[in-house]
Design a protein. Structure first.
Length: 202
């Protein structure tokens, strides 16, 4: 091969390597940019799902307790955690609080405040159920009405804790990202505009 042909071959090889390397990096950057752009668009819909889940459970739980205050008192007393003077006020006030928090989440107003309050309430619920389980009490949690002592083998502590932990995760997510779709509140759900770099990547 002549010196001129060898030089031309080397030039083509070097040019191809230079054009191929950055091109591959540009393609990878474009893929990463697309993922980053899709995630912000999904957050408001995930927040909507979390709102409906936590809010719906709280409204149902509170509404089922309201018709039978005596059962609510029996459920709170069964945990054996509070002095007797505090049992009735908690049993009567808890359903109203649950309904208020649930309605706020369902409507999408004061979402962060309602989510934080819901998370605190769920932590209390989890601690109460775990305490009853650890002390060997045979009770129904009373989360959806009724409650109180039950026969041996009729408790459902693991399922109750798993359910409340899942709701706690959803409430914490809402506290961090309260903006959601189909909300009456003023929190913006606008997806961030595309950056010039992302536009050029396409």
């Amino acid at each position: 091969m002549s010196p001129g042909a060898l030089g031309a071959f080397r030039g083509r090889s070097t040019g191809g390597a230079r054009s191929g390397g950055p091109g591959n990096q540009h393609a990878l950057s474009g893929d990463d940019g697309g993922v980053r752009e899709r995630l912000p668009a999904a957050w408001p819909w995930l927040a909507l799902a979390a709102r409906l889940a936590v809010g719906g459970v709280f409204v149902v739980a509170g509404a089922l307790k309201l018709p039978d205050p005596a059962a609510a008192v029996r459920a709170v007393r069964a945990y054996q955690l509070l002095p007797e003077p505090f049992v009735a006020p908690l049993a009567f006030g808890l359903p109203a609080l649950e309904i208020a928090l649930g309605l706020a989440l369902l409507a999408g107003i004061f979402v962060r405040t309602a989510a934080i309050a819901s998370a605190v309430l769920l932590i209390v619920f989890i601690a109460g159920v775990a305490s009853a389980w650890a002390r060997g009490l045979q009770i129904d949690c009373g989360c959806f009405g009724d409650g109180g002592p039950v026969a041996a083998g009729e408790t459902a502590y693991p399922a109750e804790i798993v359910r409340d932990v899942a709701l706690l995760v959803a409430a914490c997510f809402l506290a961090l990202r309260p903006a959601s779709r189909l909300a009456l509140g003023t929190t913006s759900t606008t997806v961030p505009s595309r950056t010039p770099e992302a536009s050029r990547a396409e």
